[in-house]
Design a protein around this ligand. Structure first.
Ligand code: THU
Length: 141
């Protein structure tokens, strides 16, 4: 299958699914897990962290990216995001703000694996989810 994840990305998908259980989402009750593969080969996971002041909430992708940066990696090689109910077929794609967050550290061909609790549902590239994007290269002199 053309979009089948590489073997190295299978662990990434498992990490995103496992991270769903760590979500703090008492308001939406929508648990999301995310995992990013850094250039060192390490996987960094995160979950959504909501707040009684709703807009202050963090998405799972933002949590995973923050963990990666704090650990010293600066490039995202692949991403997995997991959300929804088992077998419901919906796609928990990154929100617009998180697409831009991924753009900061990922190439246009960055593979973004969208998962449910049961595993992979569909794979997109960053270019597909955020075409004609604005990124760090736009600011180069
Ligand atoms: N959410 C994420 O963490 N990532 C996504 O890709 C989509 C949405 C969170 C934000 C909020 O805590 C909850 O899901 C419902 O929107």
């Amino acid at each position: 299958m053309e979009n089948a994840p590489k073997d190295a990305e299978r662990a990434l998908i498992e990490a995103a699914v496992a991270a769903m259980a760590k979500a703090y989402a008492p308001y939406s009750k929508f648990h999301v897990g995310a995992a990013v593969l850094g250039e060192s080969g390490r996987i960094f996971a995160g979950a959504n962290v909501e707040n009684a002041a709703y807009p202050v909430s963090n998405c799972a992708e933002a949590s995973a990216i923050a963990a990666m940066i704090f650990a010293g990696d600066r490039r995202i090689e692949a991403v997995a995001v997991a959300g929804g109910k088992t077998g419901d077929g919906t796609l928990c794609t990154p929100c617009g703000a998180c697409r831009q967050r991924l753009r900061e550290f990922g190439a246009p061909d960055l593979r973004i694996h969208i998962c449910g609790p049961e595993g992979l549902r569909r794979t997109f590239t960053l270019q597909e989810l955020l075409p004609h994007s604005f990124g760090p290269d736009n600011l180069e002199a």
